[in-house]
Design a protein around this ligand. Structure first.
Ligand code: IP8
Length: 273
């Protein structure tokens, strides 16, 4: 199929939207600002958000990402609670968009993804594309997911992005943007005996292997923190789509990134065809 339409995938990290140290706490000003910037950018995009202090503490408490375990008391209930916490975070976002009269359609990943051993299936790509056709912005989020083996796990926002890149048919993904709480990937600065850290501003997918990552001391994250993020980005390499990691706490950065203005960030370059 000829992919004539372009779409940007923007992930708002859970650590950006919430205070990861306090369960179920929204950084309301940050979220509202992100919503404003997305609207002002006037770009066609699919929004994906992470779990932060809504999804992760419950997912951790009940070991949801490790699958069904009858030794964990109330784990099945914890599965539901984790999903509902994510729904709650998602509702805040959807409501803020609606307050600004901006049309969105949120899709529960637990209802549209199914896992079979290591692979996900997604049957609803037509629905996502139909929403895009109507200029309705689809919103997806890290969620619980059932599997064909009678168990379950977590699908992270990053994994959803990979699945969207794989499955979109009418739309081609022009860029993937990760809005996080830092400027990008930081490494130990070899020139300064590794005592200082520096931002990687430009890098290829291949060069992501073997980075001497700086430890920024990030808190709880059942889906893997920066190591997990780099793993997901490496998977995106096979689609040859440029990826940018930006600091969403810096006012205006999301708008600047969406409208291709230069900002302090990490840019993962594609191979020119
Ligand atoms: O924050 C995780 O999504 P992520 C979602 O994108 C849950 O890794 C339910 C913990």
């Amino acid at each position: 199929m000829n992919k004539n339409n372009e779409v940007i995938l923007l992930k708002l990290g859970g650590g950006l939207l919430t205070d990861k140290l306090k369960p179920l706490s929204l950084r309301e000003a940050v979220v509202k600002s992100a919503v404003r910037q997305i609207i002002n950018a006037k770009k066609q995009l699919i929004l994906i958000h992470g779990g932060g202090s809504f999804g992760h503490p419950l997912a951790k408490k009940y070991s949801i990402s490790k699958g069904k375990n009858s030794l964990i008391p109330n784990q099945i209930l914890g599965f539901s609670e984790t999903h509902q916490a994510m729904n709650k975070l998602n509702s805040y976002l959807v409501n803020f968009f609606l307050e600004k009269k901006y049309p969105t359609l949120s899709m529960q990943p637990s209802s549209i993804f199914f896992k079979d051993f290591h692979n996900y299936s997604l049957n609803s790509i037509d629905i996502i594309e139909a929403a895009l056709d109507l200029k309705i912005m689809p919103i997806l989020y890290g969620d619980v997911v059932l599997d064909r083996q009678g168990s379950f796990t977590i699908i992270s926002g990053d994994q959803i992005i990979i699945e969207l890149c794989k499955n979109l048919k009418k739309y081609s993904v022009s860029r993937v943007i990760f809005a996080t709480e830092t400027d990008g990937i930081f490494i130990k600065d070899a020139e300064k005996n590794g005592k200082h850290i520096k931002l990687v501003d430009e890098i290829s997918f291949e060069e992501l292997d073997g980075l001497d990552l700086a430890d920024l001391g990030h808190k709880i994250d059942v889906t893997g923190g920066i190591q997990g993020k780099i793993k997901s980005i490496k998977e995106l390499g096979r689609f040859n789509i440029p990826v940018q990691i930006i600091n969403g706490l810096e006012e205006g950065n999301i708008l600047k990134s969406l409208t291709n203005k230069k900002i302090s960030s990490t840019n993962i370059k594609i191979k020119l065809k």
